[in-house]
Design a protein around this ligand. Structure first.
Ligand SMILES: Nc1ncnc2c1ncn2[C@@H]1O[C@H](COP(=O)(O)OP(=O)(O)OP(=O)(O)O)[C@@H](O)[C@H]1O
Ligand SMILES: [Mg+2]
Length: 296
């Protein structure tokens, strides 16, 4: 994305005069630790026909460079996990995929984010449509203070869906494995559901508008093991039709659910590959240190 293509609605770069004054924050990290995947082609994974792709993506909060030149491809109808220590930039990267960083006024980016080959930051692209096709589920279930039905119908109504609303709501709740638990209480307030049910409701809400991709930022970290297991089972079902990108701090969870795993550290993509390889024979000593619990 070049500077002249940045729009008002998008994640903006600083005005050019200001940009010259803003130097990215000096890194306090030694050179050998800073080095990420750039220049290390052994580890770069290329998927044919990826649904999402970043090319040389850097993200800044004000003058602080937080994501450093990440190029990654996300394969269609698979589960990709982002792992790494707290503050390594997992949430910042996942939010770039559907332009959720736009809502943070000081955030701006360089490089490209492609969705089915199209630049999502192109000024002609409608960010609302981007978020319809690339849905998001957050760490803390965030149902609206509305009925269960109205929560799931929310996005459909915003998109002025003219078809059979009840049928779409039911379908989304069934896919999210919640229908049987709520079918007799659709008019009840969503806050009356348990945490795990609320999270599945949020997944149903994301599914109702028929996205292609679902981004999940630590979707199960607030849930007990049984509710977590249900979300993981659901992810296995969902990947038959959807692409999932999940951020998780739970190594067992990444190993259980993800086909591919990307390890991030200090805003860099350190290693990306088949989950089994990342967890059994990673190439980079930093990946190994992290997955064995020796840092982060
Ligand atoms: N809105 C913001 N404004 C300024 N800096 C931010 C903002 N959000 C995140 N950051 C900074 O960017 C860096 C990466 O944060 P991010 O939330 O992406 O990390 P993370 O890997 O998701 O961490 P965690 O595992 O704790 O959720 C951190 O240094 C964080 O302080
Ligand atoms: Mg995070």
């Amino acid at each position: 994305m070049s500077q002249d293509r940045v729009t008002d609605v998008g994640m903006r770069k600083p005005q050019s005069a200001l940009a010259q004054k803003l130097e990215p924050a000096r890194s306090l990290v030694p050179e050998h630790v800073e080095h990420g995947l750039e220049g290390d082609p052994r580890n770069i994974m290329v998927h044919e026909d990826p649904v999402l792709e970043t090319r040389d993506l850097s993200i800044y909060y004000g003058s602080a460079k937080t994501i450093h030149n990440i190029s990654i491809t996300i394969p269609r109808q698979h589960i990709t996990a982002l792992i790494g220590p707290s503050g390594s930039g997992k949430s910042t990267l996942i939010r770039a995929f559907n332009r959720m960083n736009d809502v943070i006024p000081i955030a701006w980016c360089e490089g490209d984010v492609l969705f089915n080959g199209e630049d999502v930051y192109d000024p002609v692209v409608d960010p609302v449509e981007v978020r319809r096709r690339i849905g998001m589920v957050f760490q803390k279930p965030n149902p609206f203070p509305k009925s269960i039905f109205d929560n799931v119908a929310f996005g459909l109504r915003i998109n002025r869906y003219t078809g059979d609303l009840a049928e779409r709501v039911e379908r989304a709740l069934r896919v999210a494995a919640l229908w049987d638990e709520v079918k007799d209480r659709l008019k009840d307030n969503a806050f009356g559901l348990s945490g795990g049910q609320q999270q599945r409701l949020c997944i149903a809400r994301a599914l109702a508008v028929e996205p292609d991709v679902i981004l999940m930022d630590e979707p199960a970290s607030a849930l007990d093991p049984i509710a977590t297991g249900r979300i993981e089972d659901l992810m296995h079902e969902l990947k038959k039709h959807y692409t999932i990108v999940i951020v998780t701090h739970n190594m067992q969870q990444a190993a259980r659910v993800a086909d591919y795993t990307a390890f991030m550290n200090l805003g860099r993509l350190i290693e990306y590959g088949d989950t089994q390889k990342i967890f059994t024979s990673p190439d980079d000593p930093r990946t190994e240190a992290y997955i064995t619990g020796r840092f982060g």
